[in-house]
Design a protein around this ligand. Structure first.
Ligand SMILES: NC(=O)c1ccc[n+]([C@@H]2O[C@H](COP(=O)([O-])OP(=O)(O)OC[C@H]3O[C@@H](n4cnc5c(N)ncnc54)[C@H](OP(=O)(O)O)[C@@H]3O)[C@@H](O)[C@H]2O)c1
Length: 213
């Protein structure tokens, strides 16, 4: 597939490299694409551009920017370039300020998630929450002694979720579809839970697993 990545941080670069590893075509977008020069030198088959270039290029998009500016980044990407496309939303609504005993502050509450706000602002885009509840270093084919970790996803469009589930399968994850966009109210705070062992005890090497009978 053609993948457009909106973002230039660790998540954007890690997922972009993962897509390349699995044979996809990738364009990574930034307001300053020059900052990706080192990454591009190590990933010569990828192309770089603006947020709008990446969004126009991709059949499937990844949004990996600071949660506070996610709507701004999508505006720069242009609503027309997002329409009808699955968008993996890896963003978390992390607020300014220090963690409290390892618990990150969020600027959202349990009545509306960041992804719902984005879905309302860009109604023609097909957002799928995914990859927000694990650290970048473990996003692509993590190894847990033969056990597949679970990625919790949600979104309003089944076809978009199916596309993302296919990507998750390639990236070594089992998918747990939690339903519509409202489920992001529960999935986004998994980021807080995932970060607690890291922030409190510098332990970052874990992922969630859903057990069923
Ligand atoms: N780091 C992790 O391990 C991890 C894991 C799971 C989820 N997440 C979430 O994934 C997202 C990305 O995290 P990250 O650590 O890779 O990167 P980040 O440092 O949170 O975000 C970097 C991106 O934000 C963009 N940005 C900053 N200010 C902007 C503005 N005013 N307007 C538009 N774009 C702006 C930057 O754009 P430019 O390229 O133009 O500078 C850059 O692409 C975050 O929401 C984070 O909570 C992170």
């Amino acid at each position: 597939m053609k993948i457009g990545v909106i973002g230039s941080g660790d998540v954007a670069k890690t997922l972009a490299s993962g897509f390349l590893k699995h044979g996809h075509q990738v364009k990574v977008g930034s307001r300053s694409p020059g900052k990706l020069a080192d990454w591009a030198a190590q990933n010569p088959s990828a192309s770089l551009g603006s947020f709008a270039d990446a969004a126009a290029f991709g059949e499937l998009l990844v949004l990996a920017v600071s949660g506070k500016v996610a709507a701004e980044a999508l505006s720069l990407a242009s609503a027309a370039n997002l329409a009808g496309k699955p968008i993996i939303d890896a963003c978390n609504p992390i607020d300014d300020g220090p963690p409290v005993n390892g618990v990150l502050p969020f600027f959202t509450d349990f009545k509306e998630s960041l992804m719902e706000k984005l879905q309302r602002a860009f109604p023609a885009a097909h957002f799928v929450k995914a990859f927000n509840s694990v650290g970048a270093a473990l996003m692509v084919n993590p190894q847990f002694a033969g056990v597949k970790p679970t990625m919790f996803i949600c979104g309003n469009i089944d076809a978009a979720k199916n596309a993302v589930a296919g990507i998750l399968d390639q990236f070594g994850w089992e998918t747990a579809d939690m339903g519509s966009a409202e489920a992001a109210r529960a999935i986004e705070p998994l980021c807080m839970l995932w970060c607690i062992p890291g922030l409190a005890r510098n332990e970052w090497n874990h992922a969630f697993k859903l057990l069923t009978n």
